[in-house]
Unconditional design. Structure first.
Length: 172
C-alpha cells in the first residue's frame, strides 16, 4: 500500500513505453524518499523488495500481458526471492532497477532485478520467481508466452545460481 502511487505511475507509464520481448530488459527509475529509509538513513532492505515488485509489474506491463491477464482473472504471484546487497541508496538518491526474465521452467518465470545508482554503481541484485495463478490454478509459462505473442519460445538455459536455488526448494 505504501508504494501504491509509484505502482500506479509505473503501470500507467508502461502503457506508453515500447513493447518488450520475453527476454528484453526494462529499466524503472525511482527516488529514495526518507520514508523508504531505515534508521541507518539508507534504503530499507524490505523496501528493495517492494521496489522490485513495482519494477517486475512494469516489466510485465511492457510485455503487454497485464491487461489480458487481469481480464482472465489471472494474477502474478511471487514465489521467492534471493537478494544480495552491496551499496547503500541514500535519501533522495535516484536509482534504477533493471529487470529481465532470465528464463522459465514448467511452472515459474525467473526474473532478475539489478539495482544501480549514478553511473551504473551496483547496489543490489535480486533473483525472483513468479508464477501466474488463475481460478483454475497455476498457469504454465507457455500460456503466458502465448499472450506475449511468443508461443513456443524456448527458455534460455537458467543460470547456475537459479538451478541450485530450484534444487534447494525441491528439498523442502
Amino acid at each position: 500500500m505504501v508504494l501504491l502511487f509509484r505502482f500506479l505511475f509505473a503501470m500507467l507509464r508502461s502503457r506508453f513505453r515500447s513493447r518488450l520481448g520475453p527476454l528484453d530488459e526494462s529499466v524503472t527509475h525511482f527516488t529514495a524518499l526518507p520514508t523508504d529509509c531505515d534508521l541507518n538513513f539508507h534504503l530499507n532492505a524490505g523496501r528493495y523488495v517492494s521496489f522490485m515488485d513495482v519494477a517486475r509489474l512494469e516489466l510485465f506491463g511492457r510485455l503487454r500481458v497485464v491487461v489480458p491477464m487481469l481480464r482472465r482473472g489471472w494474477r502474478p504471484v511471487l514465489g521467492g526471492a534471493l537478494l544480495r546487497y552491496r551499496r547503500s541508496v541514500l535519501p533522495f538518491e535516484r536509482f534504477a532497477i533493471r529487470s529481465r526474465i532470465t528464463g522459465w521452467d514448467e511452472k515459474w518465470f525467473y526474473v532478475e532485478h539489478v539495482v544501480v545508482k549514478g553511473a551504473n554503481t551496483f547496489c543490489a541484485v535480486g533473483q525472483t520467481r513468479t508464477l501466474i495463478r488463475g481460478a483454475e490454478g497455476n498457469l504454465p509459462p507457455s500460456e503466458i508466452l502465448v499472450l506475449m505473442k511468443h508461443a513456443g519460445a524456448q527458455s534460455p538455459p537458467l543460470p547456475d545460481a537459479i538451478v541450485k536455488w530450484r534444487e534447494l526448494e525441491d528439498v523442502r
